[in-house]
Design a protein around this ligand. Structure first.
Ligand code: UTP
Length: 325
């Protein structure tokens, strides 16, 4: 079983061995392959947005003038990732169309003298977008497993496009950029985490934090999906961005259904802890849960207030609406 290979390659008696029994430097040959591939699971049903998502994928709902999936792809590119793997399902073809060349549109726009730069973010190098199908939405873990043949033997990133991560202005870049920077430091597996009020933990995957490596980097000693508030090991929740080693696919292969009757990625990741380095990155920025209606409205408003072309108007409008009660 491949999961054991880092342990068996490790001299646990060496200086620098962590409390997991592996030596970080020794796993680095395996763990520091660059992150070139990203998996975007987009096969979910989006039931919280029905009826809007009956015929339109949730990931195509726009925040102002870009669909959610575009923000996630932009974040991947900023982190140096170019190979995009979409795990799609029935009714999700619009997501792939969005990244295709719209020949008639471009021809007509050019004929009318309209600039085409607005379409630039939707352009993909031929061959860099691969889709695989998840026939039945059996959970996030199952969706990721559906991408196993394309991921192959490389570490890879995962983006949940309905979680929008916006880096602080003048900060360290987007969430995946910050994670790739951390990966270059420690290798292995990383998840992005953020703090929530304790009463909210039961809706999320929660980490048990271990040793603090730096301000933003903490070892992970355990993971639990949707714990009861009183059982939660912390109030640090997993927030939609991951860098995982390919061995997780072999764990997922044998994974049975967990919380909500779904095959949970969190359960598979929990089994990797102790076998490979596992760290949490506290994202320096803001996360909007666009899978929920309130989070979606918040993201729309927050981004509009950051846009030079509309911030003043939107601020005035918000003030007026608030005054009207
Ligand atoms: P969510 O649970 O937030 O999305 O999954 P959902 O199931 O589409 O939404 P609701 O709860 O019914 O409103 C997070 C991400 O994982 C994908 C979703 O498309 C979303 O991007 N996902 C989820 C899959 O690809 N397959 C699944 O089986 C489940």
């Amino acid at each position: 079983m491949c999961l054991t290979f880092i342990l068996s390659n490790c001299a646990v008696h060496h200086e620098g061995a962590t409390n997991y029994g592996y030596r970080r430097e020794m796993s680095s040959d395996v763990a520091r392959k660059p992150i070139r591939k990203a998996v975007f699971p987009v096969a979910g049903l989006g039931t919280r947005f029905l009826p809007a998502t009956k015929a339109i994928p949730k990931e195509m709902l726009p925040i102002i003038d870009r669909p959610l999936i575009q923000y996630a792809v932009d974040e991947a590119r900023e982190a140096g990732i170019e190979q995009l793997i979409f795990v799609t399902g029935r009714g999700k073809t619009a997501i792939v169309e969005h990244f295709d060349t719209a020949y008639e549109l471009e021809h007509t726009m050019s004929g009318r003298g309209k600039a085409l730069e607005v379409l630039d973010p939707t352009r993909i190098q031929p061959g860099n977008l691969v889709t695989v199908r998840q026939q039945v939405p059996m959970g996030l873990g199952h969706a990721i497993w559906c991408a196993r043949a394309v991921v192959g033997d490389e570490p890879f990133a995962i983006f949940l496009p309905d979680e929008m991560m916006v880096g602080n202005a003048g900060g360290k870049g987007g969430c995946m950029k910050q994670m790739v920077d951390a990966y270059n430091e420690v290798g292995g597996n990383l998840i992005s985490v953020l703090e929530v009020p304790q009463e909210e933990v039961s809706s999320y995957g929660v980490i048990a934090p271990g040793k603090r490596v730096s301000d933003a980097l903490t070892e992970v000693t355990g993971l639990v999906e949707k714990p009861k508030r009183e059982d939660a090991p912390s109030n640090l929740i997993i927030s939609g961005r991951y860098i995982l080693q390919p061995e997780v696919m072999r764990v997922l292969e044998k994974q049975s259904a967990g919380a909500g009757g779904e095959i949970q990625l969190t359960d598979a990741m929990a089994q990797m802890i102790g076998q490979q380095p596992f760290h949490a990155v506290t994202f320096g920025g803001k996360r909007y849960d666009c899978g929920s209606k309130v989070g979606f409205v918040e993201a729309t408003l927050a981004l509009a207030l950051q846009r030079e072309d509309m911030a003043d108007e939107v601020r005035a409008m918000a003030k007026r609406l608030l005054a009207e009660g």
